[in-house]
Write a protein that binds this ligand. Structure first.
Ligand code: ACO
Length: 330
């Protein structure tokens, strides 16, 4: 299952004329805005691509708890601690909805965890960067959750029913997360010179990694063409990156911060900002496991998996005991 799951779908998208009648009916249903449900027929590639994307998304939510969890005990006030705790708990919930959605496609949660732990499934590159100061909690909420929303709001209309429905709830919570991050940034930027410097430093470190969250440029994207034809993705990587920059630059100006890109400039003709591309060599290096925190993040996940073995074993033993008792009573 894994070997299948991580194969790339490739860029070649069949036209309706090239499809057999079943595939064609499936595609026409998607083109007409219909939803695909777990028991419906679907092409093997559609299933495989969804498992890949939803699984990666679920892992990102779970691993995404780590950089922020790092600050729960060090939040500057009780109120900030309660807010951060709630946010990190929300991310766990998002991971669980998404694992459930992926399970409807015929993969088990254990298989997904094993694939993650063995490096056969990815999670978002952004979570391989460290959170060094309290201002990073602001930058993560503002930029990382801001980028996540930009990507995820359109996914509420994705063609696969369980994924689309999971996204509705996730997006409501993500927008609260984005605002709490911006609120931290507003406080820091209205504070002392040292606090403002800390906010600027957080923006400097998180700007390009946030742009990388949208994936490689459209020319380099492996899955976009087929994923968009199947409405597994609703926009290309570059479209969403542009929207994110257009939304975020004025917010940085409002905060009195400088986006760390000297080339950034409003372009009247395209109705958006021109901006510098992230360093794609760094992106692929992080994907290959060489980011600043890749090792720590995966080790922490593996440790959590091993530490939880007694809970899983206990629950399975309890379920088996209940089954036996039920059979004996019949
Ligand atoms: N981090 C890690 N891997 C990435 C990233 C990233 N930021 N962007 C792209 N990739 C990987 C893809 O998974 C793919 O590798 P694979 O074939 O081994 O799976 C490869 O790079 C090529 O990229 P694309 O062909 O462009 O991949 P795709 O069409 O899947 O687009 C995207 C990537 C935009 C992340 C898409 O999968 C998506 O929209 N996912 C749902 C949202 C999501 O997962 N968000 C996670 C972060 S948000 C959060 O957790 C708070």
């Amino acid at each position: 299952m894994y070997a299948q799951m991580i194969q790339s779908t490739g860029k070649g998208v069949k036209s309706l004329d090239e499809m057999d009648p079943t595939e064609r009916a499936f595609q026409e249903r998607i083109d007409a805005g219909g939803k695909i449900e777990p028991k419906d027929w679907m092409p093997a590639g559609y299933r495989k691509n969804l498992i890949r994307q939803i699984g990666q998304h679920a892992h990102s939510e779970i691993i995404g708890q780590l950089p922020e969890g790092n600050w729960i005990t060090r939040a500057p006030t009780l109120e900030r601690k309660a807010i951060l705790l709630a946010k990190v708990q929300d991310e766990a919930g998002h991971g669980l909805y998404l694992y459930c959605a992926a399970e409807t496609l015929g993969i088990t949660r254990d298989e997904m965890f094993e694939a993650l732990n063995e490096g056969r499934m990815k999670y978002s590159s952004i979570f391989n960067y460290p959170t060094l100061t309290w201002a990073d909690m602001g930058a993560v909420g503002w930029l990382v959750d801001g980028a996540a929303i930009m990507n995820q709001v359109p996914l509420q209309r994705t063609s696969y029913g369980p994924y689309a429905r999971a996204m509705v709830r996730i997006c409501k919570e993500e927008s609260f997360h984005q605002r709490q991050g911006f609120d931290i940034m507003m406080k820091m930027c209205a504070g002392s010179e040292a606090q403002k410097r800390m906010a600027q430093d957080a923006l400097n470190r998180f700007w390009y990694p946030s742009l990388m969250m949208f994936g490689p440029s459209d020319a380099e994207s492996v899955h976009s063409a087929q994923s968009m034809a199947w409405k597994i993705k609703m926009n290309t990587n570059d479209e969403l990156r542009q929207k994110f920059v257009d939304q975020t630059v004025p917010q940085a100006e409002y905060l009195g911060l400088t986006v760390p890109d000297e080339t950034i400039k409003w372009n009247d003709e395209k109705g958006g900002y021109d901006f510098a591309e992230p360093d794609w060599t760094e992106f692929y290096d992080v994907l290959a496991g060489n980011g600043p925190c890749n090792h720590d993040r995966l080790e922490t996940r593996k440790q959590a998996w091993d530490d939880g073995a007694w809970v899983r074993e206990g629950m399975l033993a309890h379920a088996a005991k209940k089954r036996t008792a039920k059979v004996a009573a019949e």
